[in-house]
Design a binder for this molecule. Structure first.
Ligand SMILES: CC(C)(COP(=O)(O)OP(=O)(O)OC[C@H]1O[C@@H](n2cnc3c(N)ncnc32)[C@H](O)[C@@H]1OP(=O)(O)O)[C@@H](O)C(=O)NCCC(=O)NCCS
Length: 189
């Protein structure tokens, strides 16, 4: 167990300049989830933008685990719902080198209060969640495993709905996809 870890709640209004928070989101959505769930470029950009917007709006809360020098080693991200007893965990991530040292356990404890949790886990993290009181509800075709700590079936709506991409977002995503394809052809990815 690492004791020299400091937890810091991300200040949503300063998100754009918060390098630690942006780095964690990019690592989680860009690298970890893309490879675990075989996400397309569109999906990666979508999820990353959605998470940023939700943290910025204050609907989602992000807590970073930093070392004593302020270097981020991990993060947890949850979204409040209209069911006051349940928090949905959207992201939980620790940089590979620092895994197995109790950082996630500390992050989960920090956001627990008196709430239950609901999440869509990656297959490789199911064992960790089970160790922390979650049970499997069901497997989903896109590769996630739905889990909860609640006794029954979680049944909630979001207080404010997660943004849906506009036509303009989709055009941008299409352009980014072409850009990445071009780079791949040149051997730059
Ligand atoms: C899953 C993950 C978040 C765990 O973080 P972590 O900080 O390494 O976990 P901890 O150190 O708090 O784990 C503590 C305990 O759980 C065990 N554990 C860690 N990962 C485990 C796993 N995948 N399966 C089973 N047990 C696991 C540890 O061995 C340790 O056990 P011990 O207390 O008996 O020694 C981390 O491996 C990770 O970032 N994975 C990639 C991203 C991901 O899949 N996130 C979840 C999807 S949303």
């Amino acid at each position: 167990m690492i004791t020299s870890i400091k937890l810091r709640k991300v200040n949503s209004s300063g998100l754009a300049g918060d390098i630690g928070a942006i780095m964690m989101l990019a690592d989680f959505y860009g690298i970890e989830m893309s490879s675990a769930l075989k996400w397309s470029v569109e999906q990666r950009l979508l999820e990353l933008s959605k998470a940023r917007m939700m943290v910025w709006s204050g609907e989602s809360v992000m807590v970073l685990a930093n070392d004593l020098h302020g270097m981020p080693l991990g993060m947890i991200l949850y979204t409040t719902t209209d069911d006051k007893t349940i928090r949905r965990i959207d992201a939980l991530f620790v940089i590979e080198k620092f895994r197995g040292k109790g950082i996630s356990t500390k992050l989960l404890q920090a956001i627990k209060e008196d709430k239950d949790f609901h999440t869509y886990a990656t297959p490789s993290s199911v064992g960790w969640y089970e160790k922390n009181g979650f049970r499997v509800l069901r497997n989903h075709p896109e590769g996630t495993v739905e889990m909860t700590t609640a006794g029954g079936e979680p049944n909630y709506e979001y207080t404010v709905r997660v943004p849906i991409p506009s036509e303009m977002d989709n055009k941008f995503i299409e352009k980014m996809k072409k850009f990445e394809e071009e780079r791949a052809k040149l051997g730059k990815v």
